[in-house]
Write a protein that binds this ligand. Structure first.
Ligand SMILES: Cc1ncc(COP(=O)(O)O)c(C=O)c1O
Length: 415
């Protein structure tokens, strides 16, 4: 008989959950790895009689079910949903809203997230305000009676700002209570699908931290979002996204939108992600120790004017990062301002050899990029300048190679 003791996450360590949650030996063969169910449909024994709700693979696929259970366990969520990209996961959340709704976005986010709101959903009648959520009173000042969604990234991309998730949730709740009184907004008016939540929904993009470093639901987020293309995939070989929530009503609305819009990942990508989450804790620990060593070394470098890394005491939200993120670990992303502006940063980016000059992040190999020209080009120049994304800014995704080799590579490129 094939034991199934690992099918559900028990209270256990992160590594054990990462390796076992959501997965049981294949009932037909005992295969220890979840098979890749390459099928678009499932045979019914009589019209409408299906096994475990499997009727069509856009709606449900067994490899995806295993992955979604695994990801839910890693985020401490009751439900998870996966997508063909992180952007598709965001799109699914935005489909819960309706024309005239207002979204507040943290000012420093992945350029594509801003672009989706600014260039796609704006034309469908969603209003967006960007605000620095690390500044006291700034979020309260932009909330409106029609604010339905607050979307933040922490640590943010690329300035690595750390936002207090619990404090933002408290603001959403306070605002929900007071606007329900003054405007009559009720649970039922919350989006065309109705979510049963009267306060604005708080979504945290947890891509930079990964579930290993931070579980936003524990701090009050209603929904956690990931670009699984990054640390969850971890090997730069797939594009995918995920949403997690513990709210049953929200989960039902998300499931409906996921199936209706249909931007789901392939069974093969689900299999690859399941393989990847088994090493998430090991990879993340190494990303973090490598990044800390590089950040400390760069802080003393004569060709560098600023190092931004939440693990450094010089980071403005270092104390919050220590509290909110897994203690002693601050992620694999570092942003650095190179003295000499575009000319100097371009020269450095052309000279690195071990670091690859490429967009994206979170893979086992180290990547480096220029946010103003590459990942954040879709943010208007004036807004970029205000955020501090200047021409000397370079973003490092520190991989899990030997740190001495990584430091030697940067040193040679800076010389
Ligand atoms: C923080 C963050 N969120 C979302 C996305 C979008 O994810 P994807 O590229 O998987 O669509 C990215 C992509 O770089 C990102 O860095």
């Amino acid at each position: 008989m094939i034991k199934k003791q690992h099918a559900k996450a028990a209270p256990q360590g992160f590594g054990t959950t990462a390796i076992h949650a959501g997965q049981a030996p294949d009932p037909t063969t005992g295969a220890i790895m979840t098979p890749v169910y390459m099928t678009s449909t499932f045979v019914q024994s009589s019209p409408g009689v299906v096994k475990d709700d499997y009727d069509y693979a856009r709606s449900k696929n067994p490899t995806r079910t295993a992955l979604e259970s695994n990801l839910a366990a890693l985020e401490g969520a009751k439900h998870a949903f996966t997508y063909s990209s992180g952007s598709a996961a965001m799109d699914c959340v935005l489909h819960l809203l309706r024309t005239g709704d207002h979204v507040v976005l943290s000012d420093d986010v992945y350029g594509g997230s801003f672009r989706q709101l600014d260039k796609v959903f704006r034309h469908m009648g969603l209003e967006t305000t960007r605000v620095d959520m690390t500044a006291a009173g700034a979020l309260e000042a932009v909330m409106r009676p029609n604010t339905r969604l607050v979307w933040l990234e922490t640590p943010s991309n690329p300035m690595l700002k750390v936002i207090d998730i619990a404090a933002v949730r408290a603001i959403c709740d306070r605002f929900g209570k007071s606007s329900a009184k003054t405007t009559g907004i009720s649970d039922k008016s919350m989006g065309p699908l109705g979510t049963g939540i009267s306060a604005p929904i708080l979504v945290v993009d947890n891509t930079f931290a990964s579930p290993y470093l931070q579980n936003p639901l524990r701090h009050g987020a209603h929904i956690v979002m990931h670009s699984c293309t990054k640390y969850i995939g971890g090997h730069s070989d797939l594009v995918a996204g995920a949403l997690m929530t513990s709210d049953a009503a929200l989960a039902a609305k998300i499931a409906f939108a996921q199936n209706s819009v249909g931007a789901v990942p392939s069974a093969m990508d689900c299999f690859l992600m399941l393989r990847s989450t088994k090493t998430l804790h090991v990879r993340m620990a190494r990303h973090c120790t490598n990044a800390m060593a590089i950040a400390q070394w760069l802080e003393g470098h004569s060709k560098v004017s600023k190092v931004i890394y939440p693990g450094l005491k010089s980071h403005p939200q270092h104390a919050l990062a220590k509290k909110q993120m897994r203690s002693g670990h601050f992620g694999g992303m570092i942003s650095v301002v190179i003295k000499g502006g575009l000319k100097a940063s371009r020269r450095m980016l052309e000279r690195v050899e071990l670091f690859s000059l490429a967009e994206s992040l979170g893979g086992v190999e180290s990547l480096i990029e220029h946010p103003a020209i590459m990942t954040h080009a879709s943010i208007p120049a004036a807004a970029r300048a205000k955020l501090g994304i200047d021409d000397g800014l370079v973003r490092l995704s520190v991989g899990i190679e030997d740190v001495a080799d990584l430091i030697a590579d940067i040193e040679t490129a800076l010389k």
